[in-house]
Design a protein. Structure first.
Length: 330
């Protein structure tokens, strides 16, 4: 249903086509997703209107035209940490164990729920902490769509692969990392710190409820834990950078070796062409084998012998004629 008051106030009709909602005049409010968009890492949340029109979505959909299906990962299971998490573009929420042994929500971007009309997310693939980033390039040769080998956020493929091969990774633009460039570094670091802090608070609350003697966590310990998190994140980034550099150097070396091999083969072909041209100029057949040349040589010798024999016979015949003439004269 349209908001007639806004229609009248703005003096315009709301004509934006909505997939799962109704057209409204004004700008969409995506503040409910602010926790996931701390560094503007949700692309759809940065588009709030189309010509001052947006769509008011039904439950489970978002986006300026309600084109994005999402799932808020909520559970009554006490074993799952009550962290806010959401999965977009039809991705499913899954429970995974953290490094501290607690269960957390994450998104399975490979198993996308199609929309009820079967057209949303068709031939599309996403990655990221919330499956928020669409693929911007495909690394699988001969196709424009691959669920396994692709890059997001403007990353470029380390190398192209054929169907069945493993994804070799992406060269990411500044500020992004991951096998598909699917992680915003600043946002991911904040999520890691929040996750560890939540786990520490959960464990502290559990310890306080089971012990009669109250315990106090020193400030220095908290600072040390925070520093450890930052150091681990820094090491992880350096490790990823080093790994990407090593892969790039290996690929460059392989390309150099292949180039040298091709150049040597080209040089050999040119030399053979030059030899063939010289033989043709000399009147030789450059395509005869050694055996064929021996046969040709032997045949030529036999022909020469026959010619020489015929010449000798002609000479003897001429001599006999001259002798006969001399005898007649005598």
């Amino acid at each position: 249903m349209r908001n007639n008051e806004f229609d009248t106030a703005y003096g315009m009709d709301c004509t934006l086509e909505c997939m799962h909602g109704s057209c409204e005049i004004g700008k969409a409010d995506f503040s409910v997703f602010d926790k996931y968009n701390t560094h503007h890492n949700l692309p759809f949340a940065n588009i709030t209107h189309v010509d001052m029109m947006y769509c008011k979505c039904t439950e489970g959909y978002t986006g300026v035209t309600c084109e994005i299906k999402y799932d808020s990962c909520n559970s009554d299971d006490s074993n799952v940490e009550q962290q806010q998490h959401a999965c977009f573009h039809g991705a499913r929420c899954v429970e995974v164990a953290s490094a501290l042994g607690t269960l957390q929500y994450r998104c399975d971007c490979m198993n996308i729920d199609e929309d009820e009309d079967g057209i949303i997310n068709q031939h599309k693939v996403y990655a990221g902490l919330y499956c928020e980033y669409p693929a911007t390039s495909t690394c699988e040769f001969g196709t424009s769509f691959s669920k396994n080998s692709f890059c997001t956020n403007g990353g470029s493929c380390v190398t192209s692969i054929v169907t069945g091969q493993s994804h070799e990774g992406c060269r990411c633009t500044d500020g992004y990392s991951g096998h598909h460039c699917e992680y915003n570094n600043e946002h991911s670091l904040g999520v890691q710190i929040d996750s560890v802090s939540t786990s520490m608070n959960t464990q502290s609350s559990s310890s306080a409820s089971t012990n009669t003697m109250p315990t106090t966590t020193p400030i220095s310990a908290t600072t040390s834990s925070s520093n450890s998190i930052l150091s681990a994140s820094s090491i992880m980034k350096k490790g990823t950078t080093t790994s990407n550099t090593t892969v790039n150097e290996t690929n460059e070396l392989g390309a150099t070796i292949m180039y040298c091999i091709v150049m040597v083969l080209c040089l050999i072909i040119l030399i053979n062409i030059f030899i063939i041209i010289r033989k043709i100029k000399k009147g030789d057949d450059p395509f005869l084998t050694t055996k064929d040349r021996d046969i040709q040589h032997a045949t030529q010798m036999n022909i020469n012998d026959d010619l020489a024999l015929e010449e000798r016979e002609d000479e003897m015949h001429n001599s006999e004629i001259e002798i006969a003439k001399e005898n007649e004269i005598l």
